[in-house]
Write a protein that binds this ligand. Sequence first.
Ligand SMILES: *Cc1c(COP(=O)(O)O)cnc(C)c1O
Length: 380
Amino acid sequence: MIDLEAIRHNVRRLAAVASPAQVMAVVKADAYGHGAVPVARAALSAGANWLGTAHITEALALRAAGIEAPLLAWLHTPESNFAAAVAAGIDIGCSGWELERIVAAAREQERPARVHLKVDTGLGRNGATLDAWDGLVGEAMEYQDQGLLRVVGVFSHLAVADEPERPETDEQLDAFREALAIAQDAGVDPEVRHLANTPATLSRPDTHFDLVRVGLGLYGLSPFEGQSSAELGLQPAMTVRTVVSHCKDVPAGQGVSYGLNYRTGNTSTLGLIPLGYADGVPRIATGGPVRVAGVNYPVVGRIAMDQMVIDLGRLNVSAGGPSVLGAEAILFGNGDDGGPTAEDWARAAGTNNYEIVTRISPRVPRRYINEVPASDGSRP
Ligand SMILES: *Cc1c(COP(=O)(O)O)cnc(C)c1O
């Protein structure tokens, strides 16, 4: 279940923090598992000005859904369809090698490409090194003078903004300023200079420039260890829920799931939860919480492809005790009332909250609530 009012709330919150910088809603990876098209529409309706994806294919899908907002895709291979991007008016991130192909696409489409030049200020992934930056900027400006492209943006990406005490963000900021000065000297006059991701948007106003690119915060999740969504004024948008699909009494010593790694200590009642690693629940995350009837139970035994088990203690279902068959089972949600969170599952799986929401698989149906804002603008 995806709460689009939570998405809109988070956009308004992030836009207020970022102001006067604009907001790019990062909806790559199917909006971190939340659904790219509905999230993009909700984000735009709440004041996001831009959309961002990793792949051109992801951006094309948004255009095919009728979304016309400025849209940047930044991760390409030599097999990427730059011509389709130019034809669809998709802005293209360029680290260097793409430039010739982007220009060829612009010639073919008889339409100037919109390019954001990317500089590597320290992350060591995409982006031109500072050594190559001068050359890239010079070439891009020659093509701009020929009318083949327009340098719309200059950008970079941060490595450790989620750990605000580390010094490398300052070093990256210095390098970004240097790259901007080089670009300006070469005549680049970008509409948008952008560097900040969610953690930098929340903790480093000096990284905001003209535009912030927010992903995680849009979904209401905290990028900081030891700081909750609520403390940041954000609302988690995704709830993963199902219902208990079997409930039965078992004797003491009953083994549970493949490997029989767990055995009941006493006569006990097991609840079967019909979600497993094919649904995106990490197989390694035994111990992760499932909330049933107001109690968070840890998953016991191995998580299988389709299912996992909780030990409910002794309910004595066979003697007329309360069965939880059909009861709602929540893996994670907005954390209200002590409910489990994506962070709890991240801890159980040894990963971060980004991965927990993003890996929820297409087999889990996405149901959207609050698709239309309440008429008085308040939360229903
Ligand atoms: C994914 C991504 C973002 C968003 O990062 P969050 O930490 O989720 O806000 C921003 N910029 C780039 C280049 C990205 O790849």
